[in-house]
Design a protein around this ligand. Structure first.
Ligand code: NDP
Ligand code: 5RP
Length: 474
């Protein structure tokens, strides 16, 4: 291979990096590849040759950098945290003015902001981008959420547009704002992903433990739902997950998988940022907490024993057509509420960090390629396009949909409570909805309590100003 021929380079050729490199090479861009375990780069170069693409493999970072045309574009696809800092530190002495380092892994947007500042004035440009779509998305078309300096984006745009997913011909990629905007949006994408997955799991729990349905029967129901308002990648894969049989035992594979959810941190970051912004993302919180509870399997087994004597009111749910339709409508309604929360967090962040996030564009680039892709994002795009700051819950189209579905959600949450079936995310959605639509809430009492014990003051409904009352001593 000759030197200085690659238009872009990828560092970190694991699940995502390898597939992204193949995707880029397939689109006709000569791509340099470096991996800590360098054999992978050579294997990948061989694979790319198979479809006529070029990946220039490198044994060392020096060789990798030498293979790139200047000004260089280097994409990091390694695990979040210090590994990204270490890679930047290792690359820095090898790079020149004008080179661009792109962190395309999941990252805490605070780290992206810090790295941007650290590289400011160094001659290098730092760009944080979120990539969603998992292994297949990376290979054939992910949704890409770009941050970083607006003036640098045009240099990345042709490659990003070529490799991204397309929705009716439109590339699912956009520059969303400066510094950490892309990673922030990806983080909220993942928070919504957690909520969506948790709600699906709760409905599955009702079908399994409340209705006694077998996995195969549930697969058919989810496959049917995927043809309607719930049509989405996550519902589609749920049907596939439930239909799959373990090749060794012939049993549904899902029945043999332990009920302990892993998490790599993005959902937690989403919830932390929502809390910092004072934008309640209760369905996302419920989903993150539920994964935490699930991981304490031993503790749960002991608690199950301790409360074995508690009687649940069985027979609440019905498996007939109307009963299944009620579950479908409850899930659809709760999903709208979860997405409303996610978009409200992005709206709050946009104002706090001065990003001017294009919420309609975000919904549009999530319509294909990413894990939460669904038909329903098209509806969100039209609502958020108006440019007005609205919580989706008060947009007219969603008011009618939530009004039509809230009864089903309420019944499902109530029946689950009576049955002793856990529905933390579905009930969080309902509670948020009831809270959000209540013109006269109850925190007047909270304010009174705060003023009594801490002289924190309060506002009054009947006059302007800030007040402190001399409450009776307690
Ligand atoms: N998997 C997914 O669905 C998605 C993942 N992401 C994000 O993409 C990034 C990569 O994830 P993924 O591809 O799944 O992870 P993998 O574990 O499959 O790959 C990790 C890559 O990072 C390299 N690496 C790990 N530790 C080090 C280190 N200390 N120094 C140098 N290189 C190191 C590995 O090299 P080696 O081969 O030598 O171990 C490998 O190339 C992460 O930020 C992840 O959050 C984003 C969207 C989806
Ligand atoms: O970014 C992703 C999808 O969008 C990754 O698959 C991520 O790993 C999912 O998060 P977690 O591992 O915490 O479930």
């Amino acid at each position: 291979m000759t030197s200085e021929q690659a238009e872009i380079g990828v560092v970190g050729l694991g699940t995502m990096g390898a597939n992204l490199a193949l995707n880029i090479a397939e689109k006709g861009f000569v791509t340099a590849g470096y991996n800590r375990t360098h054999e992978k780069a050579f294997e990948l170069a061989e694979e790319a040759r198979g479809f006529g693409g070029t990946i220039v493999p490198a044994k060392t970072l020096e060789e990798f950098v030498a293979a790139l045309k200047a000004p260089r574009v280097i994409v990091l696809m390694v695990p979040a945290g210090t590994i990204v800092d270490d890679q930047i530190a290792a690359l820095r002495p090898l790079l020149s003015d004008g080179d661009i380092v792109v962190d395309a892994g999941n990252a805490d947007f605070n780290d992206t902001v810090r790295r941007t500042r650290e590289l400011e004035g160094s001659g290098l440009h730092f760009v944080g981008i979120g990539v969603s779509g998992g292994e297949l998305g990376a290979r054939h078309g992910p949704s890409i959420m770009a941050g970083g300096p607006a003036e640098i984006y045009p240099r990345l745009q042709p490659i990003l547009e070529a490799i991204s997913a397309k929705y009716e011909g439109s590339p699912c990629v956009a520059h969303l704002g400066t510094d950490g905007a892309g990673h922030f949006v990806k983080t909220i994408h993942n928070g919504i992903e957690y909520a969506d997955m948790q709600m699906i799991a709760e409905i599955y729990g009702i079908m399994r433990d409340g209705l006694g349905l077998e996995a195969g029967a549930m697969a058919d129901i989810f496959a049917e739902w995927n043809k309607g308002g719930l049509s989405s990648y996550l519902v589609e894969i749920t049907a596939v997950n439930l239909a799959e049989k373990d090749p060794e035992t012939g049993q549904p594979l899902v029945d043999l998988i332990t009920d302990e959810a892993g998490q790599k941190g993005t959902g937690r970051w989403a919830v932390i940022e929502a809390q910092k912004l004072g934008a309640g993302a209760t369905t996302l919180e419920a989903a993150v907490s539920a994964r935490g509870v699930s991981s304490r399997r031993g503790e749960r087994a002991r608690a199950a024993e301790a409360y074995a004597g508690l009687a649940a009111t069985s027979g609440q749910f019905s498996g007939d057509k109307a009963g299944i339709a009620e579950l479908e409508q409850a899930l659809e309604t709760a999903k709208i509420i979860a997405y409303a929360q996610g978009f409200a967090v992005m709206d709050a962040a946009s104002k706090e960090f001065g990003w001017n996030l294009p919420l309609g564009e975000i919904a549009r680039i999530w319509r294909a390629g990413c894990i939460i892709r669904s038909r329903f994002l098209d509806d969100i795009a039209s609502v958020t396009d108006s440019g007005e700051t609205v919580n989706l819950l008060v947009a007219p189209d969603f008011v009618s949909r939530v009004s039509a579905g809230e009864g089903a959600l309420r019944k499902v949450v109530a029946k689950a409570a009576l049955s002793g079936l856990p529905v933390p995310a579905l009930s969080a959605a309902l509670a948020y909805f009831d809270d959000y639509r209540r013109a006269r809430g109850t925190t007047n009492l909270t304010q009174a309590q705060r003023d009594l014990f801490g002289a924190h003051t309060f506002h009054r409904l009947d006059r302007e100003g800030t007040f402190h009352h001399r409450w009776p001593a307690v």
